[in-house]
Write a protein that binds this ligand. Structure first.
Ligand code: PGA
Length: 250
């Protein structure tokens, strides 16, 4: 069975002192678990701190966004090369909190995905539908369209060794996770969509589930065939809960 991947998304939480405590607790509780991959995506200013505390451990670190441009007059942006300077191995792209609050278009998200890949940073592409879209039964169409923007521009091969995180918007931060059947069925759809065009890319693609994952529901989700791990928001801010989720992935 492929190794599961568990990614902490700290969002806009933390400060130097609390991060130090949390990362040290991660090291104590999570580094002994060695048959999964664990990543923590921190706010930009704390990449250096994550690098200094986590280097020489089996926990990787990354960012929560990346510029779609390589270099230049783009005030406030952070490039792939800059992320690499701080040892970031992963970057979250197109999280719905950004897509809605900062008007990220599917085209921008696709360019960011390509930027990350071009610089050897593993993109974690977030896709997912709203509650209205699920209730209307169009969730596959919505997620399909999000993937198509990337596939039509860069080809399905770009998903080789990448990560897609299925994050139903109605499940994020609500305490109401998707059921394991709902998640599995979307994960199967995502893998199938890539597989039709590029079998080997689909096989190496990791598909995470994100949205109110906690230590109680994690096992049910992670045992599903196409669920390769999770993207964890709230519960990643508590080392004990995050450890519980990581253990569920084993
Ligand atoms: P949550 O967030 O675990 O707090 O629902 C998940 C996410 O937004 O990635």
């Amino acid at each position: 069975m492929p190794r599961k991947l568990v990614v902490a998304n700290w969002k806009m939480h933390g400060n130097l002192a609390s991060n130090k405590q949390l990362l040290e607790a991660y090291i104590q509780k999570i580094t002994p678990i060695n048959n999964i991959d664990v990543v923590v995506c921190v706010p930009y200013p704390y990449l250096a701190q994550a690098q200094s505390i986590l280097q020489n451990t089996n926990i990787a670190w990354g960012a929560q966004n990346i510029s779609k441009d390589a270099v230049g007059a783009y005030t406030g942006e952070v490039s792939a090369v800059m992320l690499k300077d701080f040892g970031a191995r992963y970057v979250i792209i197109g999280h719905s909190e950004r897509a809605t609050a900062y008007c990220e278009s599917d085209e921008n998200i696709a360019t960011k995905f390509a930027q990350a890949k071009a610089h050897g940073i593993i993109p974690i592409l977030c896709v997912g539908e709203t509650l209205i879209e699920r209730e209307a039964g169009v969730m596959q169409m919505v997620v399909g369209k999000q993937l198509d923007t990337i596939i039509n521009t860069y080809g399905a091969g770009v998903f080789a060794n990448a990560v897609v995180s299925y994050e139903p918007i109605w499940a994020i931060g609500t305490g109401l996770a998707a059921s394991s059947d709902q998640a599995q069925s979307m994960h199967e759809f995502i893998r199938g969509k890539v597989a039709v065009l590029d079998k080997s890319a689909a096989a190496s693609l990791k598909i995470l589930y994100g949205g109110s994952v906690n230590p109680q529901n994690a096992v049910q989700l992670f045992v599903m065939q196409d669920i390769d791990g999770g993207l964890i928001g709230k519960c990643s801010l508590n080392a004990q809960e995050f450890e519980g989720i990581c253990r569920a992935a084993t």
